[in-house]
Design a protein around this ligand. Structure first.
Ligand SMILES: *Cc1c(COP(=O)(O)O)cnc(C)c1O
Length: 414
């Protein structure tokens, strides 16, 4: 399909020709030295040691090859025992809980873990704990009610003008708090190309749908050829105005982000990518390079973060994360209250804590760094904003509000 994307290189050349020869080139933001505050944000908790790259026997070429990373993922108790001092809960998690939900961690991600601290935020996201076996009475298999809104295999139609297409059931690493653990990693979703035609035919019959979100499982693990076919098929539908993707590959497997992959997205008309990040320590030099490749390739970046107890549930950590992302051309999009998925209650915070965190961020840093805090309402209600309430009193003649710093102001109501 002919899109404006295919004409972009011409435009870039014109700009390059007309810009003055003495223009000083901007240093790429991603490659600037870190400030002291940023260094602290990236360091392991004090006194702890990182696993580091040296724990893996890989050449530079292997390390930067995403297929090497995928085929050398850590999956078993023995794999983790080799690089980490495991806690009892982790050992039991890797012996029993791993049978409930697949385990897999890229060596790159594992290299960022603290080897002697089971509370390490990088580690807790992916190493199973025996706590996963505890199901609280409010836990659900499918908390967001996606199965109810699934119109064809892997196509969820909930909102009036947009649909969600689950491209695969594979991820680069598996988040222990995954909202789709019922589907991910178990092979039941079936081949994406077989499901694509059914999904596209459904969308063709829904003229009010203008936006297709491809998520998963992680779509960026598909080959460029398959990705191009999926995006093009949806873009071929006259009323589809945009195709976007959701992915955690930039944080779990930045090696996958190549100029060729970004060209595949851009030239087939997928202009937006939402990336999942939880903690400022995830924004490594490799990740900064990957994000720069995506942004330079003309794909607009947004971020999604899940609020996780003991991992990122404080305002300073999240503010630093969002500032780091923003400095790398990623606009924070959503902060999610953790969905009540089976066996994830140890990851959840109260909504009150989340609201208070947002209150401590809004106004204290760039507005661009502040995402919308939402709960994906259990039972299929969809994403519902739960941001702090700044209106103290809404009278007939004035609105009384509390500003970001906690002071009261009034605005006349007409
Ligand atoms: C999140 C989601 C979307 C996209 O929602 P936006 O708020 O537009 O990003 C679409 N469909 C489903 C089922 C979703 O869960």
């Amino acid at each position: 399909m002919e899109t404006s994307a295919q004409r972009l290189p011409v435009v870039v050349e014109e700009v390059a020709e007309t810009s003055g020869a003495d223009d000083v080139p901007e240093p790429p933001g991603a490659l600037r030295p870190l400030t002291a505050v940023q260094e602290v944000a990236r360091a392991p908790a004090s006194g702890h040691r990182l696993v580091g790259r040296a724990a893996f026997d890989a050449t530079d070429e292997q390390w930067s090859d995403w297929r090497w990373q995928m085929s050398h993922r850590l999956r078993s108790l023995q794999d983790f025992q080799r690089i980490l001092e495991l806690s009892g809960e982790e050992i039991d998690g890797l012996t029993i809980a791993c049978n409930k939900f697949v385990v897999g961690v890229t060596p790159y991600w594992a290299s960022l873990m603290e080897r002697d601290n089971a509370e390490c935020p990088i580690r807790r996201q992916v190493v199973p704990s025996v706590k996963e076996l505890y199901c609280s009475p409010t836990d659900m298999e499918d908390p967001c009610g996606e199965d109810h809104d699934m119109k064809t295999p892997g196509l969820v139609h909930r909102y009036p003008d947009r649909v969600l297409f689950l491209s695969s059931d594979k991820c680069a690493s598996y988040c222990r708090y995954c909202t789709r653990s019922r589907l991910v990693g178990n092979g039941e979703l079936g081949s994406v190309l077989q499901r694509l035609e059914l999904a596209a035919a459904y969308v063709e019959g829904q003229p009010q749908v203008r936006d297709v979100l491809i998520s998963g499982g992680d779509p960026l693990l598909l080959s460029e050829t398959v990705l191009a076919r999926i995006i093009r098929r949806f873009r071929s539908i006259p009323h589809i105005e945009m195709v976007r993707l959701g992915s955690r590959v930039p944080s779990y497997l930045p090696q996958r982000i190549t100029p060729r992959l970004v060209r595949t997205l851009r030239s087939n008309g997928a202009f937006y990518l939402s990336v999942h990040f939880s903690h400022p320590r995830e924004v490594t030099p490799e990740v900064e390079r990957a994000l720069a490749t995506i942004a330079d390739g003309g794909v607009v970046l947004g971020s999604q973060t899940v609020l996780l107890r003991g991992i990122n549930d404080d305002a300073e950590t999240l503010k630093r994360l969002w500032q780091r992302l923003l400095a790398n051309r990623v606009r924070p999009y959503y902060l999610y209250q953790c969905d009540p998925v089976m066996g994830t209650s140890h990851f959840r915070t109260s909504v009150a804590a989340g609201v208070e965190i947002m209150r401590r961020v809004r106004g204290f840093t760039s507005g661009y760094a502040v995402p919308t805090y939402v709960i994906d309402a259990p039972g299929g209600g969809g994403k519902t904003p739960v941001n702090s309430d700044y209106i103290v009193e809404h009278g007939a003649d004035k609105v009384t509000m509390r500003n970001w710093a906690g002071n009261l102001y009034a605005y006349p109501e007409i």
